[in-house]
Design a protein around this ligand. Structure first.
Ligand code: F6P
Length: 552
């Protein structure tokens, strides 16, 4: 059954569900069903999800699951795992799951088994990470590497940056990791100002090895090395300090990178799905190859769950259909991710690329306009910081914003258990407040002793009461360790995949980012050279260029 047919088929049914649930308060759903928590929670790969605080009942959930099934989710999932070219605009397979497959079998794409190449690169990652961590890898002057700087952007930055921050406690005995992504020179200069070139190793990560920001920063890094180590332009010893990670090894070779310093991945790994490949080299250097392997193992476990669990007991599928439900019927334009973990501070940014670059589209795979909504805006900040910034809008704003709360049950260090409890209590409290709200009567009771005039009291009652009925998912991680984090990331990858299938999208291309890149290089040449053939820009762009050149 094609996605568009199934969507139009399910619309009236789900509209009826929406009409019923629109006016029911979740408090009443809990009151009617003592088993609601059990019914709407599940475990997968060490993660626990309570999704009972959602505006669903059995009929709505059944229909959403039927929608997912009728959209062809089962077949699409199999097609992804078995290397079919599901990225149809680029005619590529999508096999990031093969990168974390650690079993003995073959996985085929485009007539070739991808596993031997994956295993070879995995071994190279292990060897290199070990050499750097043990001090066996020496710089040009014989010094041990103390600092590793990853230069990359988008998928070549966000995953490794998020993971190394999340797993910092696993980083002892390894080099210090730094991440440069922005072409703004202040980022790289601020980092380099603190480093010693003799002890610094750069990883230049770029799938295409053509990305302007990354190549520009790599040039700056090389210049800094040559100057700092008093090397001539033609001195090749800088190569000891620069590794490349790419799907275009020839492009790296052409820029002088040594063959044995080039780590490869493949076209069938999307940039935002690439942290499991050699793009994860900085992770392996930071937490050790064993930790990196655990990260893969956690993701592999979530893959197994996603592949085999019935759709209604499938954690990524549940998260996906709930997102579709709010986006389509409650007109929720955004979705917030609230990790109650400072170490997961970069998770929302990572998920922004994963979700918004994958599903931020208005055409279906077949090139026709989407018939339903598509990807929401993803945003968030760690709790408790967000509570003191934007939660007001989530509690009382006019839009319904579904939330994912993420909490690690175990505290990282025994001496901080009390403080960790404060953190966890806040997460639970916010989810409760969003769902239950506060009635006018509760507020009135609280104000009973005050000496307010009746008019003032009425005004405060109106402002202080909270409607509640705001949905959230609550995810419990047993602890924040490599394996659990691997499962968590894979969970979100598969959620995004499922939503793409339901909406009929190709979640694996990103054509929308190309035009800006083309214009930026054109405008750059015009800024640098007045005589460069000017493209006819619009009047606003022309005026901005004049003003930025100091002429306006
Ligand atoms: O511009 C978007 C994008 O292509 C992302 O999809 C990608 O992760 C990022 O740029 C970096 O690309 P590359 O790894 O090729 O440098």
């Amino acid at each position: 059954m094609s996605a568009s047919f199934s969507n139009s088929h399910f619309l009236p049914v789900l509209q009826q569900d929406f009409a019923r649930l629109q006016t029911i308060h979740m408090r009443d759903l809990f009151a009617q069903d003592p088993l609601r928590v059990t019914r709407y929670s599940l475990s997968a790969a060490t993660l626990f999800l309570d999704y009972s605080k959602n505006r669903i009942d059995e009929a709505a959930l059944d229909h959403l699951i039927e929608l997912a099934a009728a959209s062809g989710l089962g077949a699409a999932r199999d097609a992804m795992f078995t290397g079919q070219p599901i990225n149809n605009t680029e005619d590529r397979a999508v096999l990031h799951t093969a990168l974390r497959y650690r079993g003995p079998d073959s996985i085929w794409a485009d007539g070739a088994d991808v596993m031997p190449g994956i295993r070879e690169q995995r071994q190279r990652i292990v060897d290199c990470a070990r050499a750097v961590r043990s001090g066996e890898w020496r710089g040009a002057t014989g010094q041990v590497i103390s600092d590793v700087v990853n230069i990359g952007i988008g998928g070549s930055d966000l995953g490794p940056a998020m993971v190394t921050q999340a797993l910092a406690p696993y980083g002892c005995n390894g080099p210090k990791l730094h991440f440069v992504s922005n072409v703004d020179p202040v980022q790289i200069s601020d980092i380099l100002a603190k480093l010693d070139p003799a002890c610094t190793l750069f990883i230049v990560a770029s799938k295409t090895f053509t990305t302007q920001e990354t190549l520009t920063n790599a040039v700056m890094a090389k210049r800094w090395l040559l100057a700092g180590l008093a090397m001539a332009e033609d001195d090749s010893r800088w190569q000891r300090h620069m590794l490349a990670v790419t799907a275009r090894p020839n492009a790296a070779k052409a820029l002088g990178y040594k063959e044995e310093h080039i780590f490869c991945f493949w076209d069938w790994v999307g940039g935002r799905y690439s942290l499991w490949s050699a793009v994860g080299l900085p992770i392996a250097m930071a937490i050790g190859p064993e930790g990196f392997d655990e990260l893969l193992a956690g993701a592999e476990e979530m893959d197994a769950h996603f592949r085999s669990a019935p759709l209604k007991d499938n954690m990524p599928v549940i998260l996906a259909v709930l997102g579709v439900w709010y986006r389509q019927f409650f007109n929720s334009q955004s979705h917030t991710v609230l990790p109650y973990s400072q170490r997961l501070a970069r998770l929302p940014a990572y998920l922004q690329q994963l979700d918004m670059e994958s599903n931020g589209k208005s055409l279906k795979k077949d090139g026709t306009a989407v018939s339903w909504a598509s990807g929401p805006v993803i945003w968030g900040e760690p709790g408790t910081n967000g509570q003191h910034a934007f939660y007001q809008l989530i509690h009382q704003g006019v839009d319904l914003i579904p939330c994912d709360f993420l909490v690690a049950r175990e505290c990282e260090s025994p001496e901080h258990v009390d403080q960790h409890q404060i953190l966890v209590a806040n997460a639970v409290a916010q989810a409760e407040a969003l769902m239950c709200g506060k009635s006018e009567q509760q507020v009135r009771d609280e104000l009973a002793e005050s000496s307010l005039s009746p008019a003032q009291e009425d005004l405060l009652v109106a402002h202080k009461s909270m409607p509640g009925n705001r949905p959230s998912n609550f995810l419990i991680l047993p602890r924040l360790c490599p394996k659990v984090l691997g499962s968590l990331i894979a969970l979100y990858e598969h959620k995004v995949f499922c939503q793409g299938v339901i909406w009929g999208l190709n979640s694996f291309d990103q054509w929308g980012v190309e035009l800006g890149k083309q214009l930026a290089s054109q405008i750059l040449s015009e800024m640098r050279d007045d005589t460069a053939t000017a493209v006819p820009h619009d009047p606003s762009t022309n005026a901005l260029l004049v003003r930025l050149r100091g002429g306006g």
